[in-house]
Design a binder for this molecule. Structure first.
Ligand code: URP
Ligand code: ZN
Ligand code: ZN
Ligand code: ZN
Length: 484
């Protein structure tokens, strides 16, 4: 590959916007400045040159609820690039009794066709000596974040004692604890009651998971993480109840990050009242979509900094798969797509409406994620030496989202009909131009695994504090006599 110069654009990072050309060689950024020249020139006039999006939350080819999510690392990473996302972090899920390292092998094998870079989080779905021991090997492989499901009782869910033990271990290994925060016991009870009362349709999925189950679990996870001395990342924050717990914890100095999804920011619970069963079922995910009050809270969190990242939780199921749940909403596979749409939807509803600055957009779609997840500035930066994962975003280019033109393998799109602006004029993955004005030139197997670094600044600060404030016996000069 010769050199490429992205010319005439405005470089936008998380903290600065300035006019400059960007030179790329051998997959890295090698120069930033005026009047650069190279073998190939990409015209960025009128565009913003940003770090490519990082989606910290995807489930590609995930075994779940008796099936597999329909987008794999082929269609999923094509969708990512088409929308300006240049890296995904997927969840390795060990089956019951499977070792963590065996689960990792399974996930390694899924990625052979990846078109962009990727990494994994490791899910802790049970607790035993072998898991405790293997967590160190997982960290040594560059997988530094561990996910805990507080919901999906009888399947992925872990109990508080297991979660607390795992949190402690993650803290000692210099990693990050992650939670899907919903009270799984209460959800199971509400599902059974709703079904018994004849509430079988997709709308009952939302009735079974009110904001309180999320707020309670988020608060519980925060307190457990605080006691365990581990940084905590709360995935798919969907409501004020959960956001309030995170906001309060952060104001008290606790190391907690919250991640809303583009779906929760832009789609609301009226979707479940749609008379078309398929329409409602296609939008069944956990947590469910919420009302406007909760959406406003999430936007305010992104604007004020109490929420840190926007993801998709891309876990796409076809209409046929969703129909497993006809007559019993608890059998509808939980999950929605969004990989191709996250960046343009957030630009349209965030930056174009004046809720977010372009710099904040970069922070929450890329830079914050790279920092939290231990891979900055290799990823998430427009900086000499960083990987040339870049999006040249044209704020004037627009389209109407449609399943007919998407990369995702499913037969619908939850954002169908939404008009968006802010599309990639070019998307570069480690210097390779994969998108040119809507035309995808992806390459199977181009994507590489990104090993991440444990014991980041936040972990070190937390460890120093833990050491200083650890329980210690009081040294006393005299010991009173006991007994008579
Ligand atoms: O409904 C969802 N979110 N499905 C994917 C699995 C998860 O809970 O993240
Ligand atoms: Zn989840
Ligand atoms: Zn998820
Ligand atoms: Zn819209």
């Amino acid at each position: 590959m010769g050199s490429t110069v992205i010319r005439g654009g405005t470089v936008v990072t998380a903290d600065l916007s300035y006019p400059a050309d960007v030179k790329v060689e051998n997959g890295k950024i090698t120069e930033i400045g005026p009047n650069l020249s190279g073998d190939t020139t990409l015209d960025a006039t009128g565009c913003f040159v940003m770090p490519g999006g990082i989606d910290p939350h995807t489930h590609l080819e995930m075994p779940f609820m008796g099936t597999y999510s329909a987008d794999d690392f082929d269609s999923g990473t094509r969708a990512a690039l088409a929308g300006g996302t240049t890296m995904v972090i997927d969840f390795a899920l060990p089956a019951p009794d499977q070792s963590l390292m065996d689960a990792l092998k399974v996930w390694d094998n899924k990625t052979a066709r990846a078109h962009c870079d990727y990494s994994f989080h490791m899910a802790i779905t049970g607790w035993r000596r072998e898991i405790f021991d293997e967590m160190e090997q997982v960290v040594d492989r560059g997988i530094t974040s561990f996910k805990h499901f507080m919901a999906y009782k009888g399947a992925l869910m872990v109990n508080d004692d297991e979660m607390f033990a795992s949190f402690r271990r993650v803290g000692d290994l210099g990693g990050i604890a992650m939670v899907h925060a919903e009270n799984g016991d209460v959800v199971a009870e509400m599902c059974a009651r709703l079904l018994a009362e004849g509430n079988t349709g997709p709308e009952a999925h939302a009735y079974s998971r009110p904001p309180q189950v999320e707020g309670e679990a988020t608060n519980r996870a925060i307190m457990l993480a605080d006691m365990a001395g581990v940084p905590l990342y709360v995935v798919h924050v969907s409501c004020e109840d959960s956001h309030e717990a995170i906001r309060r914890a952060r104001a008290l100095g606790k190391r907690v990050w919250g991640e809303p999804l583009i779906q929760h920011l832009t789609l609301d619970d009226s979707e479940y009242a749609n008379p078309d069963w398929d329409h409602a079922a296609r939008r069944v995910m956990s947590p469910p979509f919420r009302n406007k009050r909760h959406q406003d809270s999430l936007w305010a969190g992104l604007m004020s900094g109490s929420l840190s990242a926007v993801a998709t939780d891309h876990c796409a199921f076809t209409t046929e798969q969703k129909r497993f749940g006809v007559g019993d909403f608890t059998r509808i596979p939980n999950g929605t797509g969004g990989l191709e749409d996250r960046m343009p939807m957030l630009w349209t509803h965030g930056v174009a409406t004046g809720r977010l600055t372009p710099n904040e957009f970069v922070a929450i779609t890329s830079t914050n994620i790279a920092k939290i997840m231990g891979m900055y500035p290799k990823k998430g930066a427009v900086m000499v030496g960083a990987d040339a994962d870049l999006v040249v975003l044209d704020p004037k280019a627009g389209k109407t989202i449609s399943a007919a033109t998407q990369q995702s393998a499913i037969d619908y799109n939850v954002f169908e009909g939404h008009a968006v602006t802010g599309l990639p004029r070019f998307t570069l993955t480690r210097g390779r131009v994969a998108v040119t004005e809507g035309k995808l030139d992806a390459r199977e197997g181009w994507g590489e695994f990104v090993a991440r670094t444990p014991r980041g600044e936040v972990n070190r600060a937390l460890s120093a504090w833990k050491e200083l404030s650890a329980p210690r016996p009081i040294q006393r000069s005299g010991i009173p006599a006991t007994g008579v």
